[in-house]
Design a protein around this ligand. Structure first.
Ligand SMILES: Cc1cc2nc3c(=O)[nH]c(=O)nc-3n(C[C@H](O)[C@H](O)[C@H](O)COP(=O)(O)OP(=O)(O)OC[C@H]3O[C@@H](n4cnc5c(N)ncnc54)[C@H](O)[C@@H]3O)c2cc1C
Length: 498
């Protein structure tokens, strides 16, 4: 039998891996995709981005219904939440997209293997002219040209039935993603949950303690607050959403408190003791006082650990740092021919769109096409809690730290007519610009549709736009995006609507 040697094997079928596989195939490469799960899509589609946003959408509708009379709608006062229906709708969204991915694999003639993949052995040398091998498209780099031998890597795939299969390729892309981190000595179960268990709970809890106020923590806090839970947020650092601009953190804290969340910042020594009613969570508060809260459920949202154990790295030159794989700007690892993308990569934010862009870059590099590295200062970050948060570029503090003389503009949504229509006046747009040249260095939004309108700010930064250029860019009326126009004008203290 002719042995297939693929151009690329992608190990991991999350957003980083499947995007890379599809693009590599579009470039004419012969591609294999290995995923350990029975469904493609990874954390993002199955347990992360998509299910949480489906729940947040239901929460948003539910919140609107609570105030229906304000919008002139009567007769919904007795509306009930059908939790099974809420979960079914979330699962339907996931199912449509997993089917979509299966379709895309077929359409792009990607060979998929369902099983756990790991690199085995040293790469072997193989000549493209060898008669017993059907090599894929020759690579554009020197290796393999003019019949020169090429390195061929082997990935062993442990299939669901326990059998193993060896898949060979000239290049390997590792995209095995991440798992939720737990507190030391704590194990997830039906009371102490990670993003995985919480998406399957039988009923929304009446009380919930969320440990961690990053994106995952505040999104779930928002969801279950909307569905009636008493929510306590515990954060070790002195502010919520700590990667955001300080003023955004302050505004979120103000608005969460206004919505009735119990938020505790700068805490330490968190302990969880399970009991018959759930768990007692205790901690030391910022003033050194012992505090405790009994809750039905506890969500631990303290970050994500890269899944790099047992994937055969010990057979390579790759030396993970705290589990992360380090790469150069082209996502190349220290093992020639082996790339890493997505949540396993050190030094990049663990976001789906960062992983998928890294996948596109790798596919282009392997195919010898144009690509450019990820610019860390141009990565949008979005948090879909209520109110939404979105940002790109430098925070005010970081811009100053880097030596910029900054000029800052701030426009509150209270002056935006579409925000009034949406009944969503909380929050603001903050623009950080370079005082000398007017270049936009960062845009930070908290408020309605923040995660949608940030796209304009990303483009502005990408094109190195100045405040002046954006002040003369026409924004349709009435839109939430107009708040950006006023935000840019506010840098010059001449926003019209405030
Ligand atoms: C609750 C939650 C909400 C989130 N919301 C957002 C959001 O709104 N926006 C955003 O940008 N990001 C969000 N994220 C982060 C986002 O989910 C991740 O950044 C993204 O999924 C990472 O993609 P990835 O392809 O690197 O890894 P993953 O999505 O984790 O996929 C890795 C895949 O590799 C497979 N795999 C693992 N090991 C092996 C192996 N040895 N062999 C074969 N297959 C293997 C797994 O089965 C999995 O399918 C969220 C995360 C969580 C937890």
């Amino acid at each position: 039998m002719v042995e297939t040697i693929f151009d690329v094997i992608v190990v991991g079928g999350g957003p980083a891996g499947y995007t890379c596989a599809i693009r590599a195939s579009q470039y004419g490469l012969k591609v294999a995709l290995v995923d350990a799960n029975d469904r493609l899509g990874g954390t993002c589609l199955l347990w992360g981005c998509i299910p949480t946003k489906a729940l947040l959408f239901t929460a948003e509708i539910w919140n609107q219904l609570k105030h229906a009379e304000r919008y002139g709608i009567e007769g919904v006062a007795g509306a009930k939440l059908n939790w099974k229906g809420v979960l079914a709708r979330k699962d339907d969204v996931i199912a449509r997209h997993t089917k979509g991915l299966d379709f895309l694999m077929k359409k792009n003639k990607i060979t998929t293997f369902k099983g756990f993949g790991r690199l085995i052995g040293e790469p072997t040398l193989c000549t493209p002219t060898s008669k017993d091998r059907s090599l894929g498209t020759p690579l554009s780099d020197k290796a393999g040209k003019d019949g020169a031998p090429e390195r061929v890597h082997s990935v062993e795939v442990k299939l669901a039935d326990g059998k193993t299969e060896t898949v060979k390729a000239k290049k390997v892309v590792l995209a095995t993603g991440s798992d939720a981190r737990m507190l030391p000595g704590v194990k997830e179960d039906e009371t102490v949950l990670t993003n995985y268990e919480i998406l399957k709970i039988a009923e929304p809890p009446k009380s919930l303690v969320v440990i961690g106020s990053g994106a995952v923590g505040v999104e779930f806090a928002s969801i279950f607050k909307s569905f009636g839970a008493e929510v306590t947020v515990l954060e070790m650092l002195p502010r919520m959403v700590p990667v955001e601009d300080e003023e955004i953190s302050k505004e979120l804290l103000r608005l969460f408190k206004k919505r009735g969340f119990d938020v505790n910042l700068g805490i330490k020594d968190t302990k969880i003791e399970k009991n018959k009613n759930g768990a007692l969570v205790s901690w030391t508060d910022a003033n050194g006082k012992a505090q405790a809260k009994q809750a039905e459920k506890v969500l631990v949202a303290v970050g994500r650990a890269p899944r790099t154990a047992d994937i055969g790295l010990e057979k390579t030159k790759i030396a993970p740092e705290r589990g992360f794989i380090m790469t150069n700007e082209w996502m190349e690892t220290s093992e020639p021919g082996v790339y890493a993308i997505g949540d396993i990569v050190g030094g990049l934010p663990q976001l789906a769109h960062v992983g998928s862009m890294a996948g596109l870059i790798v596919a282009a590099r392997i195919a010898g096409k144009y690509a450019r590295p990820i610019n860390k200062a141009r990565i949008p970050g979005c948090t879909y809690c209520d109110p939404q948060i979105a940002s790109v570029g430098l925070t005010e503090a970081k811009a100053k730290e880097l030596g910029h003389t900054v000029k800052v503009g701030k426009f509150p949504f209270v002056g935006n007519s579409k925000a009034t229509i949406l009944d969503a006046h909380d929050g603001f747009v903050k623009v950080v610009a370079d005082a000398k040249y007017g270049e936009i260095l960062g845009v930070h939004i908290i408020g309605p549709y923040a995660t949608e309108i940030i796209a304009e700010a990303v483009t502005a930064l990408e094109l190195e736009a100045t405040v002046e250029e954006m002040m003369f860019t026409i924004h349709a009326h009435p839109t939430v995006a107009e708040a950006l126009l006023d935000g840019f004008s506010s840098v010059e203290s001449i926003a019209v609507n405030v």
